[in-house]
Every structure is written in C-alpha cells, then in structure tokens.
Design a protein around this ligand. Sequence first.
Ligand code: ADP
Length: 403
Amino acid sequence: MLIISINAGSSSLKFKLYNMPRGTVICGGLFERIDLESGIFTLKINGTKEEKHLQVPSHGFALQMLLDTLISKKIIKSYHDIKAAGHRVVQGGSLFKRSAPITTTSKAQVASLIPLAPLHNEPELNCATAFEAILPNLFQVFVFDTSFHQTMEEADYLFPIPYDLAMKHQLRRYGAHGTSHQYLAKIVEQKIIRNKKSYKLISCHIGSGASICAIKDGKSIATSMGLTPLGGIMMGTRSGDMDPSVYYYLQKLEGLTNEATFQLLNRKSGLAGVSMLSSDSRDVLEAEARGDKNAIIADELFVRRSADFISQYYGRLGGADVIVFSAGIGENSPEYRERVVRSLEEAYKLDIDLELNKKTRGTFMKLSTPKSKVKIYVIPTDEELMIAKDAYQLYQEQQNEPK
Ligand code: ADP
C-alpha cells in the first residue's frame, strides 16, 4: 500500500513515497525555493537524482507537479493509488498526545497553535490543506514533533515563571524531534535491548537542529528543546539555552526589536554565530584545523553543551544503558562523537573504539568497547518512515472502525 510522507517548510517541501507495511522507499525528493523566483524540484528514484529548475509558486503547485510526475514516470497509475498521507507538524502543544487524522477539528487545533510555532505550523497546515484540495478523499494525518514528549512530568516541562502566566499562554517545554527520538528508541528496543523490559536511553539527535532526550522504557521523560526548537543545546544557527537576560541586553544595547532578537538567536547564533563563519559543522571543523580561533571555541562550546545535557540526563535517569548518536552530525562526524565521549569518559566510565568511530558514517554501529559502562551506538534516524508508519497505522484503524 502506498503512503506518502510530507515535510513542509515555509519555502520547501520534502516527500518520500513508501510501500507499507514493509517500509520500502519507492521514491523521494524535495521542492526548494517555493514562492521565490526560481525553484528547484529534485526527484530521487532507483538511485538516480533528477533536478528541475522552475518557478514553484505554492505548496499546492508543488504537490500537483509531484503527482503528475509520479504518473508520467509510471510510479502510480492514478492519484488513488496513494492511500494515505502523513504530514509532519512541529508543534502539537498539549493538544496532541499522538498522531491524528486530519479533520476540521484537528486543523483548527493545529491553527490554534500557530502562535507557538509560526514558522512551522502555518506552512505545514497550508500544505495539508493544499493536499486536501487536490485529493479530497485521501486519508491524511498530522504527525507531531512534540507528541512523543507528552509523557514528560510537570516538573520536567514547566519553566520557573509565574504559574498563572505559564498556564494562560501555554508557555512550557514541549520539545521537538519527537518522531526521531521515538524511532531511535524503537530501534534500540529491537536491536540492542531486545527482551529486557526496562531500559534507560539517552538519544542525541545532532543535526543543524539538535536535541537530546532522556528515554525510560520507551517514554520521553525529559528533552532539551523547549517551548520552541530554540531551547536546549547549541545548534547550527540557534543559541540553545542561556541566561534569559542576554535577550534583554541584546535588545537594549543593540536597539533590536523583539522580533529581530528572536531571529538573531534562531538564525545567526550557534555554530554560525560563534565561529562567525558557517553553520555547517564541516566548515567549522575545517577552519579549526587551520587554527581559526573562533572555529576552535565554537566547536568546544558545541561539544560541552551536548555533554552537559547528556550528564544531566544521566542523573535524571539514574544512569544509562545506551547512548545513541544520530542525525547529520551525530551520524557523520567522528570528531564530534569522540570529543563528546572523551569529555564524559572519566565521569561515566565510557569507552569507544576510536578506529571504528573514525570509519563510521551514516551506518548503524556499536562504538563502545566491552569496557564501557554504557553502550554507545550510531543509529541513522528516519523521521519520514516514522511518519509513514503512523499514517499507515491510523489508516488501518480507520478501516477497522465499525461503519
Ligand atoms: P537538519 O535536518 O536539522 O537540517 P541534518 O541532520 O541534515 O540537519 O544535519 C546537518 C549537519 O550535519 C550539518 O552541520 C553538516 O555539517 C553535518 N553533516 C552532514 N554530513 C556530514 C558529514 N559527512 N561529516 C560531518 N558532518 C556532516
């Protein structure tokens, strides 16, 4: 059965078409620069990559073009071959504890959360609505980045601000990357923990956006991202946690507006801000090798911020059975992994095979040696597959409902 997973940004749209329940990828790709002068449509199929440059005025246009391409390439015979679509949504607030079918009610709920994630929820909702207009009978679901973290206790998700204000404006930690952390936990259960019922996992999703999650027996108990993805560890362009008064002083001393300060912390900080070079960890690492001072401190800060959260969660969980590294940097940067592990090895008796670590990029691998008190793995994440699985499951549930 064909299921499509969709991840829409304000000017981009990523997709992957799966054959479920096996989870085989039929094709995937993305539209970039939507609503800009020149857009790009990339289609990846059977190991080949085709790129088209054209104007893509809207998400609806992109979806129509995608469906027509799938037909012209004989991947589908008609639109109805696709049985369900799963749409990634960043902010599900406290409203969604799991993925949900797209209905008038769930759309209104996602819309009500736009103030908490304006850059994400709005384009995601618009994309789902555009899909509905083209395929009105298609079964569609929302899959939220936040729902996996809805198991956190109040003492883990509250911020110490006046309680009435926190409640009034729903200002609390929601976390993000939940789909990825949940996927990683499932792989850990299947391949590492196996029959053991109880386990403690520290999951590190370290890409441009990065978060760390403390997971106990498959449930998120604490996570580094906060009200929005700006919180937590240092990232490619985001500052992560810091003394909130920095916000006040930046505004006051630089004469920045509230909006400009928020943008500065979201888009111009992190690795990009400290290195004053690039948000891409490869560029910063290269500059560090040349002796660039800002690159050296940027990388050091990046590693320490991650290590601090791993330490915190080691304490919160009362130890850890497994630490997992994933996403762009976690999967592909041996330097980052080695430095994080080295900075914690004395405290937590960690040990990895350094040669194996150097060779490991983008593949499932056990890095820890038998001497290590905690098992350390690299596991490639797959958020799109998780979205397709949820869409498939909800589709099955809907089919089995008494009519
Ligand atoms: P996001 O999905 O949040 O945009 P990714 O998970 O794609 O981010 O991660 C992007 C980061 O991963 C970049 O900093 C990039 O430098 C890093 N990265 C990707 N491939 C490699 C690689 N082969 N070696 C080192 N770092 C890599």
